[in-house]
Unconditional design. Structure first.
Length: 448
């Protein structure tokens, strides 16, 4: 549904006039995601008024669909008991863990103490122990599990009982008597197999799974590679402890992509258009300061070549070309490498291979660019002018350096277990700009 400004103003007016019945009727046909979008446009107090009209299950779904910052402000207004009984009790464990992670430690303990289902509280406490960027930190414990020694009738009865507690069923997992994952039970077999058959005789053995400590990136790649809608999670001795669904993975992938894009764009922190000026300034200023330092460095380099500019004033015309080309080429190279590392089409171990490949591409690009500039300067300044061959040779050197440097840095960072996304954008551009100026002026002096 399109929540236009007129609709939002109408909701605000109904809240202010305390027309609860009309407001409730207005919300009845809305999807939880639409209600969450609406709450994002309301103040925390107005959102609280909307929540009072929702049933507990819908309220929990809406809360998890809300913008993270809006949700945080909203939760600060609520007592711990309300958070536990109004929201956590109606969430799957993976969503409940995500919600509780957003609270401070004291409030986390208070919320956990108010959860009525001791088993659910225990599952949440266990999941909170895992790093949020691993399979254990992302998984949920809600799933259908059957024993390999059960008969078809026994299996069907148990599946029905477990299914009543779940919103969605993705796979039915098979375990042994020690809770170790043995296989996946195909639902088709439940219909076609004789009732005397045991689960272990019809299950699909050796299912694809991930370990609780598997990094999130590897989980994403596994689900994508095998076209799964969910994947089981096992502990160090093979016991089934949870599952990760594709919708949870996609949420994480989107957030990670946003972070990488912001890093590549010169934002040092997670920031959105709705954030206040202090947060936006804090996220943007660090890279701007680095850029300022790079600019000062460039001016210092150029200041040492006053005599060169006096003798060849036309050399100054090509400073933006040299700096811009170096920055663009370096950013292109690093972006390709970062993307390859992210989707596992490139391994950090293949450093020499990738540099060799990039060198061939750079050689081609550098030759074409420098030749075009040479022809232009030949026509404009003549074949004997220093600028004619100096700029072309400098461009060739800058493109070669920027390509190799843009490849080397992110792959080195990956080896050092540092996010290679920080190598893209401003860092590469500023570095190549400075090195490019040094190459340009050095070559010009040598050829003068």
């Amino acid at each position: 549904m399109d929540l236009n400004e007129e609709y939002i103003d109408r909701v605000k007016a109904l809240i202010e006039q305390k027309e609860t019945e009309q407001l409730k009727a207005l919300l009845t046909d809305l999807h939880p995601a639409d209600i969450a979008e609406l709450c994002n446009e309301l103040t925390a107090e107005e959102a609280r008024a909307v929540y009072r009209l929702l049933d507990n299950e819908t309220a929990a779904d809406v809360l998890m669909e809300m913008d993270e910052d809006v949700r945080k402000d909203f939760l600060e207004l609520l007592p711990s008991e309300t958070i536990a009984k109004r929201f956590v009790d109606y969430l799957d464990t993976d969503d409940a863990v995500d919600l509780i992670r957003e609270l401070d430690e004291d409030k986390q303990e208070e919320v956990l103490s108010h959860i009525e289902d001791i088993e659910q509280a225990g599952d949440i406490v266990d999941l909170l122990k895992y790093d949020e960027d691993t399979a254990g930190g992302l998984m949920g414990t809600e799933m259908v599990v059957v024993n390999e020694n059960w008969s078809m009738p026994e299996c069907l009865k148990e599946m029905r009982q477990q299914a009543e507690q779940l919103d969605e069923i993705y796979y039915v997992y098979v375990i042994d008597d020690e809770n170790r994952l043995q296989g996946v039970f195909p639902l088709k077999k439940m219909i076609t197999s004789p009732s005397v058959s045991k689960v272990k005789h019809v299950m699909k053995k050796d299912p694809i799974s991930v370990h609780v400590d598997t990094p999130l990136d590897d989980v994403v790649q596994t689900i994508e590679k095998y076209d799964l809608v969910a994947i089981p999670v096992i502990d160090s001795i093979g016991r089934l402890v949870g599952q990760i669904t594709v919708d949870d993975v996609m949420d994480e992938v989107r957030e990670q992509s946003e972070r990488d894009y912001q890093l590549a764009s010169g934002l040092s922190g997670d920031v959105e258009t709705g954030d206040n000026f202090a947060r936006q300034t804090a996220a943007r200023l660090p890279w701007l300061l680095i850029g300022m330092i790079g600019g000062i460095g460039n001016s210092m380099i150029l200041g040492n070549f006053n005599n060169t500019f006096v003798t060849h004033p036309e050399m100054a015309l090509y400073i933006p070309l040299i700096g811009g080309t170096g920055g663009n080429v370096g950013t292109q190279s690093s972006a390709i490498v970062v993307q390859g590392l992210a989707n596992s089409s490139l391994d950090a171990k293949d450093l020499l291979k990738q540099i060799s490949k990039e060198s061939v591409v750079a050689l081609t690009n550098a030759s074409i660019i420098s030749m075009l500039v040479y022809i232009y300067n030949f026509i404009r300044f003549g074949g004997t002018a220093t600028v004619t061959y100096s700029v072309s040779i400098s461009l060739f050197a800058v493109v070669m350096f920027a390509s190799i440097f843009g490849t080397l840095v992110p792959m080195t960072l990956e080896k050092l277990k540092i996010d290679p996304a920080i190598a893209t954008g401003p860092f590469i551009a500023i570095t190549n700009d400075i090195i490019g100026m040094m190459l340009y002026m050095g070559i010009t002096v040598l050829l003068s």
